[in-house]
Design a protein around this ligand. Structure first.
Ligand code: AMP
Ligand code: MG
Length: 336
């Protein structure tokens, strides 16, 4: 398949919507990561997303809307607490899991009786959804298992020849996938941490952080968020997360250096006295979120075989960075 490259102008938006209306798959920019979009209500179109990604079929897709009124088309029930979250965080990087309406096909919900709904804030994503007039199912636009794409080039590397078109919208500002939440007995359960953090959600209702956010779940575990059990975000290199302050990091890593061992650090100061290739993530959680997936791809391109990574904060936006990094490391962490 020849993949069309589209821009962010209005003719491109119309072309993207035309292809999507024909049941094709189009990669689109959002503020979190690039998404691989198709008509969420068209079973055949959604199947094409799974084929393009090589994604397991029990892993549900998030459905993207451009208007809050669409919540009522896709969900059979919208509780008061969900409305409060929508009021505060939509549009934005928050996905709400709600009981699904009959129009949402099983292939979209991964066979679950719920549907994940998000309203992106990215102007191009919003315009494309509006031009389509239907909601778009859109998982991250990477091959299943590899790091989510946060720039046009990442998408092209993974999806050229596999999808009808890629819309170039520049780099993603958030850089990690949306926060995924569900509701239970008036509480908010965080299934996947993201840029909308626990501290902010706590202002709406009591929150619970799901076990799968911080720990490895066994393959046969019954999970509320199927994506949490899959190997994810993984670079080719063998990654270890090193917990501890910068001095402990330097001491620990100094003893482990080998050829093709590289470092994933907050800033280059962390590498003082260490003779190794490194990639910087940034010192704030927001920068780290924005840079993480590019950093993982860069380490692969640099030929890293082993990577020692500094451990992000496990709170605020940092929790999202930690959650993705610990998966990239296959849950391998050491206390230095
Ligand atoms: P991605 O589209 O790659 O960002 O992944 C979406 C993730 O959202 C999935 O892996 C699930 O973990 C979660 N998700 C989407 N829909 C549902 C749902 N109906 N119930 C629970 N989790 C969901
Ligand atoms: Mg993904």
């Amino acid at each position: 398949m020849v993949t069309e490259i589209l821009g962010a102008d209005s003719a491109s938006v119309r072309r993207a919507a035309e292809l999507l209306s024909q049941g094709q798959v189009v990669a689109i920019p959002t503020e979190t990561v690039y998404g691989l979009a198709a008509n969420a209500l068209d079973e055949a179109a959604v199947k094409r997303i799974f084929e393009a990604k090589g994604r397991p079929s029990d892993n549900p897709l998030i459905v993207h809307i451009a208007d809050k009124a669409q919540l009522y088309d896709l969900a059979s029930e919208v509780p008061e607490i969900a409305l409060k979250c929508a009021e505060r965080f939509m549009p934005g990087p928050l996905t709400m899991i709600l009981p699904k309406a009959d129009c949402v096909p099983d292939v979209t919900s991964g066979g679950l009786d719920t549907v994940g709904i998000r309203m992106p804030s990215h102007p191009v994503a919003r315009e494309i959804i509006k031009a389509c007039g239907f909601a778009l199912a859109a998982p991250s636009a990477n091959l299943s298992g590899s790091p989510s794409p946060t720039s046009f080039r990442h998408v092209k590397d993974d999806m050229d020849g596999r999808v009808a078109a890629i819309v170039d919208g520049g780099d993603c500002s958030v850089g990690v996938e949306s926060t995924v939440i569900c509701f239970e007995n008036g509480r908010i359960r965080i299934l996947r941490p993201g840029f909308v953090c626990d501290e902010e959600l706590s202002e709406i209702a009591e929150t619970v952080i799901d076990k799968g956010v911080l720990e490895q779940l066994s393959a046969d575990a019954v999970v509320r968020s199927p994506g949490m059990k899959y190997k994810h975000y993984a670079p080719k290199a063998d990654v270890t997360v090193v917990e501890g302050d910068v001095k402990a990091f330097r001491d620990y890593v100094g003893k482990k250096m080998d050829t093709n061992t590289m470092l994933l650090v907050f800033s280059k100061d962390d590498c003082e006295g260490l003779d190794a290739g490194y990639v910087e993530l940034g010192t704030t959680a927001e920068e780290q979120a924005q840079n993480l997936f590019t950093a993982l791809r860069t380490l692969d391109e640099m030929g890293a075989q082993k990577v020692y990574a500094r451990c992000p904060e496990k709170s605020g936006v940092g929790l999202a960075v930690y959650n993705r990094l610990i998966r990239a490391a296959g849950f391998k962490a050491v206390k230095a």
